[in-house]
Design a protein. Structure first.
Length: 623
């Protein structure tokens, strides 16, 4: 577990001190860690610039028949294992994944899904991996955390991307056989802004090893891991990634942490005291640790949207059965409009969630687009939509949703684990970068072109000469870019191949231009203050996410109906979702400049200054 998206690396500090960074230092170091170049196109990035590159996601990418067949034996083994050997209620009740379950997952290859076959792994695609994780999530979130932390952000992915041949040969076969791995970045004072990173690694006098000292918090799998990626400072401005073996002298599990959900997650505090780490265990190179983490997370966080889809599908199954069987006032509750409205929205959003999740994974496999924004949006949007669905599921099930599965079973009722599902699901909005961090990350990339063109104009510290250059540069750029957002658009007959969904695709095309214009208007209106107006930026990010979801849903529906024209369900659900999403988009557009943000911020600061302490009267004061 980490409460950071590794977006902001630490500022310059003296080794071992870990002080608070100034705002300027944090900003400068954040820019240093960013992937600044865009070597491949991105649908979302283009959309924020007013260019609707539907060709990047349509026709909807397909998983090859060969890939599906290669994954089939493992998927069948995994489903059989989950069905026959995993007792999720017992795992939740006892707060521990039985060692034989961990071993069994290793034996069927579940820890080496994406590790190349030459190293003993299954060598499956990103799409097959996320489908496998979804299958696991549909039954037990604790096992999802175990497998995902071990493979998405643990040792295998950084090694695949940046490891040396020797590192791969030494470690990937062990990992493929079931060695559990972990990722250690977060510290007590280091969350979404790791500016106070205090773990340090000092190079020995003979240059053969580093001495690692520090303590890491919320290290998922850390309490049972054999191997871990550890982030440490190797100088005042450098963060470096190391492969550390858990049985080395000086590595200590201080405490296992316990949480609201995921009761069996092996998450803890890990302390490093004069741990000798050979120089050959540096991954990629000194000072590249946080950039490594960012790149790793581009695909690493794709497990979360896939997990959200699996959770939503489980909720839909539970609600479908319950609303069909439960009779009140003479008819099944699903016939009552209040419940039917919830289930209809649930089905439409589940379809869109799967379209977004699969799209991101398939694009990652295709490899000819940059998916950093698509992955961040998929993570943000799917987890939030999935949480709404989980909440509605509990409401539909009522008291039986609030009651534990064990209690339901003891009373002879169907033990739908809605209560456990809600507890386990909630962390998804925090894992691998909270929803707020995802919005900040996406917003920064959304304004990147504008900052490159005109950033010096709004930078109060930029010298006069740079401002003049920026003025000339921006004049040349915006004189052609801005008019294009208003001109050259015809409503018909574009996108006619989408049939009844064409109107939604046309809307998405027009709305992307409107989004780009609105973003530009915000920069003009707020200038350098825009970075402080996060509520404004967040609305623009949310509009972009809804537009991505509409485009993905319509493209996927078109692909599905093309294969089976008798089944119009995908079109119906994509149409319903798009109608609902368009209303949300219009509400957000309306609120960009007409809102209560300033008044709300003022009230929040008054609360922080305890000026509204009277509101807290009538409760027992906390210690």
């Amino acid at each position: 577990m980490s409460d950071t998206a590794t977006l902001v690396p630490p500022p310059p500090t003296e080794p071992g001190l870990g002080r608070m960074a100034t705002e300027q230092e944090a900003r400068e170091m954040a820019e240093a860690a960013r992937e600044k170049e865009w070597e491949a196109p991105s649908f979302v990035r283009e959309m924020f610039e007013g260019s609707f590159r539907l060709d990047l996601i349509h026709p909807y990418p397909e998983q090859s028949a060969e890939d599906i067949e290669r994954a089939r034996p493992f998927m069948e083994r995994l489903e059989k294992f989950m069905r026959e050997r995993v007792d999720s209620d017992k795992i939740d009740r006892e707060g521990k994944i039985p060692p034989e379950i961990v071993r069994g997952l290793g034996e069927i290859g579940a820890f080496g899904i994406k590790i190349p076959r030459e190293y003993g792994g299954l060598g499956l695609s990103q799409t097959s991996y996320t489908h496998a994780i979804g299958l696991v999530t549909s039954l037990d979130g604790n096992l999802t955390a175990l497998l995902s932390a071990a493979q998405s952000i643990g040792v295998p992915t950084p090694l695949k991307l940046f490891g040396t041949p020797d590192q791969k040969q030494r470690y990937l076969p062990r990992l493929a056989r079931g060695a559990v791995s972990a990722f250690a970045l977060t510290e007590n004072g280091v969350g979404s802004d790791p500016a106070g990173l205090a773990t340090v690694a000092e190079l020995s006098a003979d240059g053969t090893h580093y001495l690692l000292n520090g303590e890491k918090l919320w290290c998922t799998n850390g309490t049972i891991a054999e191997l871990m990626v550890v982030m440490a400072r190797t100088g005042s401005k450098k963060i470096t990634a190391f492969i550390v073996e858990a049985d080395w002298e000086g590595v200590e599990v201080v405490r296992r942490c316990h949480f609201m959900g995921l009761k069996a997650i092996e998450n803890g505090i890990i302390r490093f005291t004069n741990v000798k780490v050979p120089v050959e265990n540096v991954i990629w190179g000194e000072g590249k640790g946080l950039k490594l983490a960012l790149i790793t997370l581009n695909t690493g966080r794709l497990t979360l949207p896939a997990s959200a889809v699996a959770g939503a599908k489980r909720c839909l199954e539970i609600c479908r059965r319950w609303a069909s069987e439960r009779v009140q006032w003479g008819q099944p509750i699903g016939r009552h409009d209040a419940i039917a409205q919830k289930i209809g929205r649930m089905a439409a959003e589940t379809f869109a969630m799967e379209a977004v999740s699969d799209l991101a994974s398939l694009l990652a496999d295709r490899g000819n687009t940059d998916i950093r924004l698509e992955a961040a949006m998929a993570k943000m949007w799917n987890t939030e939509a999935g949480w709404r669905i989980a909440d509605e599921t509990l409401q539909i099930k009522g008291g039986r949703g609030y009651e534990t599965a064990d209690s339901l079973r003891a009373r002879g009722e169907r033990p739908d684990a809605v209560e456990r599902l809600m507890r386990d699901f909630r962390i998804n909005l925090i894992f691998e970068g909270s929803s707020e961090i995802m919005r900040l990350f996406i917003a920064r990339e959304a304004v990147d072109t504008h900052l490159r063109v005109a950033g010096d104009l709004i930078d109060p510290k930029a010298p006069r000469a740079k401002k003049i250059q920026a003025l000339l540069r921006s004049g040349a750029y915006y004189s052609t870019w801005y008019p294009k957002l208003w001109l050259g658009w015809t409503r018909t007959p574009r996108y006619s191949e989408f049939g009844t969904l064409a109107t939604h695709v046309r809307y998405t095309h027009a709305a992307s231009r409107r989004l780009a214009r609105t973003l530009f208007h915000c920069m003009v209106r707020f200038g350098p203050r825009l970075e402080k107006r996060q509520a404004v930026l967040f609305r623009l990010v949310e509009i972009g996410a809804e537009l991505l979801a509409i485009a993905a849903a319509c493209s996927r529906a078109r692909a599905m109906v093309k294969k089976d024209r008798a089944n119009q369900g995908p079109v119906e659900l994509a149409d319903l979702f798009s109608r609902q999403a368009r209303r949300r988009i219009e509400e957000r557009f309306a609120a960009v400049f007409d809102n209560d943000d300033v008044a709300t911020y003022k009230a929040a600061q008054q609360v922080l200054r305890h000026e509204h302490g009277w509101l807290e009267a009538g409760i027992v004061p906390s210690e």
